[in-house]
Design a protein around this ligand. Structure first.
Ligand code: 3NM
Length: 209
């Protein structure tokens, strides 16, 4: 299960309509054509959809992932997990607790963001399926992103958790992605380097690992 999940988190597109230059379903399809293995529906921040529109787009994206056997994870929004039949949920430090989520969803994949040792110490790591490590590099995509932690943070987490799937996030692009993998991450999670690309399929294809 762990090695399968590691493989499935290898090339992880994170996105909501607010990140897209054109139709989000087309954006996702182009990324799938390039070889992404996982997708996180993150409809959040300025210009993000809400309510029925958010649910409707989520259903379209979920269906697209389903057709191509791409893992479908929702960000934060626990109320979307069942209606979208998500494979899992990704939460940050300020979201609903992992303990509560695990109680509601015993069989779903749970991902948790950790940016420093204190967050690791305060988190029930044994209850999560993978860790999001970041922001690795500086990013303009997330308004409240913390100070970049560098690939050193991936190395630290890998040493402490030799078997747990780890995904780097924040400022990752085709130039620096390999350094994140070489530092011990199983996958890279990317928003802007994919969604803002002129040729999305080509950019994903250029992730050579
Ligand atoms: N989470 P981009 S950084 C959604 O550090 C998100 O936990 C982060 O976008 C974290 O690939 C981030 O465009 C934004 O830098 C990633």
């Amino acid at each position: 299960m762990t090695s399968t999940l590691k493989k499935r988190l290898r090339k992880y597109l994170v996105m909501g309509s607010q990140n897209c230059k054109s139709n989000p379903v087309n954006t996702l399809e182009s990324a799938i054509a390039g070889g992404i293995t996982a997708f996180q529906y993150r409809e959040k921040g300025e210009n993000a959809l809400t309510g029925d529109a958010k649910l409707h787009l989520g259903k379209q994206l979920r269906e697209t992932c389903h057709r191509h056997n791409v893992l479908f994870i929702v960000n934060d929004d626990i109320d979307l997990v069942r209606p979208l039949d998500a494979d899992g949920i990704h939460v940050g430090q300020d979201d609903k607790s992992v303990q509560e989520i695990r109680k509601s969803f015993p069989d779903k994949i749970i991902g948790l963001s950790v940016s420093n040792t204190r967050e690791v110490t305060n988190s029930p790591i044994n209850m999560v399926d993978y860790l999001g490590a970041g922001p690795i590099f500086s990013t303009n995509t997330k308004a409240d992103a913390k100070t970049p932690v560098g690939v050193e943070w991936v190395k630290t987490l890998r040493k402490e958790f030799p078997n747990l799937p780890i995904v780097g996030i924040g400022g990752i692009n085709t130039q620096n992605a390999t350094s994140v993998i070489q530092s011990g991450a199983d996958g890279v999670a990317i928003i802007s380097a994919i969604t803002q690309a002129l040729n999305i399929t080509e950019v994903v294809n250029d992730l050579k690992f």
